[in-house]
Design a protein around this ligand. Structure first.
Ligand SMILES: [Zn+2]
Length: 130
């Protein structure tokens, strides 16, 4: 594992995503659920991307998921793993896999959310082996 730590750029919350980032600051991962079609989506949006209803509400995620795909960025000054994680609730999110040996990451691996500090912004949800 690299001794150096990578600087994580600060996300830029907007009115639509402010509750998401406020929850992240408290170590909670939020998703949006649509009460019209009943599906959960990510990234959180006011309008459901699946049925275009505006009847969406916040829901706390379990923080558990599995790795759908990943790629290790070895040429970065501090190598890191970017991945798609399929959450237990259904949606897939683009994220990073952290706190593990980058060579040990496997597709299908169970992971859980961890929050990593960003550069002068809210903490960012990432995933570590469960
Ligand atoms: Zn919907």
């Amino acid at each position: 594992m690299a001794a150096q730590t990578r600087t994580i750029p600060a996300p830029e919350p907007n009115p639509e995503t402010k509750p998401y980032w406020d929850a992240a600051a408290k170590g909670r991962l939020l998703l949006k659920k649509c009460t019209s079609c009943g599906q959960v989506h990510f990234y959180p949006r006011a309008i459901c991307p699946l049925c275009f209803s505006d009847k969406t509400e916040w829901q706390e995620a379990s923080g558990r998921g599995s790795i759908y795909s990943f790629s290790v960025m070895r040429r970065a000054s501090v190598p890191y793993a970017i991945a798609y994680v399929t959450l237990a609730e259904g949606p897939t999110m683009m994220t990073n896999i952290v706190d593990c040996d980058l060579d040990g990451i496997r597709i299908g691996q169970a992971v859980k959310v961890v929050f990593k500090p960003s550069d002068c912004g809210p903490p960012v949800p990432m995933f570590a082996p469960a």
